[in-house]
Design a protein around this ligand. Sequence first.
Ligand code: AMP
Length: 614
Amino acid sequence: MKNFEVLGLSQPLLNGLADMGFENPTEIQQQSIPILLQHDGDFIGLAQTGTGKTAAFGLPLLDNIDIENRATQALILAPTRELAQQICGQMDQMSKHLGRLNVVPVFGGANIMNQIKQIRRGAQIIVATPGRLMDLMKRREVQLDSLKYMVLDEADEMLNMGFKEDIDFILSKSDGGRKIWLFSATMAREIKRIVDTYMVQPEEVRINPKNIVNTNIEHQSIQLKASDKIEALRRFLDYDEDMFGVVFCRTKRDTQRVADELNNNGYATEALHGDMSQAQRDAAMKRFRDKNLKLLIATDVAARGIDVDDITHVIHFALPDDPEFYTHRSGRTARAGKKGVSIALITRGDNRKIKYIASKLGIEFSKGEVPALEAITQKRLERWSENLIKQSVNEKIDAATIEAINEKFAEVSKEELLAKLLTKEYNAIYKRNSINDLTDRSKVRDDGGSRRERGRVRGGKEEGMKTFFVNLGLKDNINKGALLGFVCDTTGVKGSEIGRIVMDRNHSYMDVQEDLAPVIMTLNGKKRDGHELRVNEHTGEVKEPARDRGRGRDRDRKSGGGFKGRSNSGGSGHRGRRSDSSSSSSNRSGRRKDSSSDGNKKGGSRGGFKGRKW
Ligand code: AMP
């Protein structure tokens, strides 16, 4: 393998690299550095994140700029504030032995005046996010007369994030003979347009995606029920004391929900998403970097470019649609030659997607497992006993106290005492969940099956749903359809997000997608016909009333009447329904007025019902 010496870099930079512990160049560095040191033109580097791109452009850039000249000679554009800061940090480290060099980061969400002050002091290299750089250019705070290099890092990502116009502005206003070095994971159409519009006969280095798969990452998939995913995270954390990872969710709401639930149960985790203020995000990142968190729960956008050392696990709480996102995510672990694990938590419907990701990226997923309760118990008890044995005795405890306690335990044998102590540990684990093995071993279906089929296979509650108790029943002059309509109208939840409804005389149970739990809880205190609602989560079993067995909501729907009448005409919700047990109530006609008296009255607004295939 080549080392850095043969690439033609100057001695001060080699010294910097030695300080950083970089011994051998990565593939993109080997191929790009000699070209960028000699070639006086534009350049394209096609490589994924995590492959060492920063040093690939940073080292030749540092060797090419004039340290004695205080004018801005290079601009580096990066998609996120985090990445801009990391690039700056790495440039500072690499240039440590080079002389007085000023590398200034500028990005949105921070005080622009401070950034302007730093630039005015003489910034030879500015590392910027596109929006903020454009702003500074418009204010004429960035002088471009001496600009020699414009580096676009993660160009595809900048375009994905909507910086197209800003980049066009920056490139078109900075054309005084500067060279463009563009780095991107893909040659998407928009990238091609930038190349064709602004670049002149660029040299190109392409790192074959098959070669850039980081072989230090072990990819696992674990099939389980959606509603067990948070419990799975808890078990990973319970089992592996050294876990330090990032959990990726698809939505900000999920991100917050997962973090809240783990936090509420005493796990050191924090959310990172775009609805948080910059100060909150910085604080979360600091806690994570300082290893005061076990897991950072993040959205793809917020976690982009995070470069934290020693991340042991990346967990995909939900799979991304785009395989490229999978690469970005899993690239947070196994950096700089270390090993890491990327775990995809999938439900049966995800099997096709995971095969697609595997084939696109040329990787293989092994079947992983959520640690079973037995294994966690074993491990925890081992830790518990080791810690107890290691525990030194506090000398301040006097002999008399020890003797008194000894007497108290005179009748208890050592075996018994240990068994009692163990029981406390053991109970703590088993209290919250009694299912030993969460891994879903049911037959793997390739197509995932329809939601209805899945619900049926399992009977009772569908995957990913929670059950709620509602203090409305047949006696309140309501039936299942009207209850559904009322809940949808009042909360904005779609009919398709609600599953089984079981109704009795005094109350009902309703299954709702688990991420909508907080929305359903807002029904508390609302009124329907003067009746104040009480709603809470129900974790026990739900028994259908005898008369109702075998008449699921599916069947109600097929029989027509029900919502169809309501959503089309805004008319009688109960028409033709439940002629058995609730006929008297339906005939009493609470009807539409009943069902929406507290909600809005948008007849036919619930597209969710109409489009449903039951
Ligand atoms: P990058 O793709 O530039 O974000 O780099 C990914 C990670 O690899 C960062 O943590 C770098 O510090 C590290 N890295 C880059 N080049 C090397 C190298 N030649 N030797 C060891 N680590 C490196």
